[in-house]
Ligand binder design. Structure first.
Ligand code: SAM
Length: 328
């Protein structure tokens, strides 16, 4: 899971005739910045202590290969602790929660609002490190509107409780939000209303991602941006099986086919599989090889709210952006 270092060279791309023109601009670290309601308070000894609104939680963090710095009293004040039964994040465990903790509570990021609540999958119903992608997409959406004078059509796949959809809609996009889980779609509806985006052009659909995208290819429907946050393993609404290692290559090829000529971006995040940034970068480079623009890849990360913070990578990502709407 260690990302390749970016040494500023592009030898691999130029020495192999069959390589794509994207090269290997990898090793970028995107920190979750701009949060009021979330923070990494401390970490160490294989655990992390995070603030989600008014409550703090302790979760296993095998990458915290250093000692804790904060007082035990801060850790002892946590409202919840996830006790893992396995080192594998895909496998279970359970929360020990304080009696005073509500079932869910409101959180906000920039203009959007959503509910947090502890889930059996050790997260709290959204992924704070994804905020770096939300901001990236918002920049691209605003640049697209300025350039083309219309709302970009954004497709959010494996869209879960919808923070990326809501943030994109708040930035001015028309969003199609796809998830297999009716429960996740219902939560996304609630978050939309909580964010005051009831009238925003967001189409929520309970569907299998692969079937939906294949249908859009057949129909010739195009999108100006695609966001993908696939799990390692999942099921569509009719039990369709999603296995990242097997299904991602075809899905990426199909996503390429539904990118419009003016398309501004594609963002892929990978959690919980044993791979490298370089491999995920290469997979997207292969699928988008005929596109203009460039790719960057690296890690989404969080860092402590203290002096000399320690930082923890949470996921690998690849971003394709059309040079013309590059706002970096
Ligand atoms: C929680 S998000 C992914 C978050 C993060 N990437 C992770 O691995 O934990 C996964 C979402 O994908 C959805 N999902 C899984 N398989 C799917 C499929 N075949 N079609 C559509 N959505 C699917 C789930 O319902 C879930 O909301």
């Amino acid at each position: 899971m260690v990302p390749a270092r970016n040494d500023g060279t592009d030898h691999a791309a130029t020495s192999e005739a069959h390589m794509t023109s994207f090269g290997f601009q990898t090793g970028e670290i995107c920190f979750a910045e701009g949060w009021q309601d979330y923070g990494l308070l401390d970490s160490g000894d294989g655990m992390k202590l995070e603030r989600f609104g008014p409550y703090s939680f302790i979760r296993p963090e095998p990458q915290a290969l250093w000692p804790r710095r904060c007082d035990d009293s801060l850790w002892d004040a946590a409202a919840g602790r996830f006790a893992a039964t396995s080192d594998d994040p895909e496998k279970g465990g359970r929360w020990q929660l304080a009696k005073h903790l509500p079932e869910r509570w409101e959180m906000g990021f920039e203009t959007i609002r959503f509910y947090a609540s502890p889930t059996p999958f050790r997260h709290l119903a959204f992924f704070p490190e994804q905020s770096a992608h939300w901001q990236f997409c918002a920049d691209k959406i605003k640049a697209f509107i300025a350039k083309h004078g219309r709302k970009p059509r954004i497709l959010n796949l494996f869209a879960y409780t919808g923070a990326a959809s809501l943030h994109a809609a708040a930035a001015g996009a028309e969003v199609t939000h796809i998830d297999a889980s009716k429960k996740a779609i219902a939560a996304a509806f609630e978050n939309r209303d909580l964010s005051g985006l009831g009238d925003a052009p967001i189409r929520f659909m309970t569907d299998d991602v692969s079937k939906f995208v294949a249908r859009e290819v057949r129909r010739g429907n195009l999108y100006d941006g695609v966001i993908l946050d696939p799990p390692k393993y999942g099921r569509g609404p009719k039990g369709e099986i999603w296995r990242l290692e097997e299904t991602l290559p075809e899905l990426l090829q199909q996503c390429r086919q539904i990118l419009s000529p003016e398309a501004a971006f594609l963002v892929l995040t990978i959690y919980a599989i044993r791979t490298s940034t370089l491999a995920v970068h290469s997979a997207v480079a292969e699928a988008l090889s005929a596109m203009p623009g460039h790719l960057t890849s690296g890690e989404l990360a969080i860092r402590e709210e203290q002096d000399n913070p320690r930082a923890i990578g949470q996921a690998l990502f690849v971003r394709w952006q059309n040079e013309e709407t590059n706002t970096d």
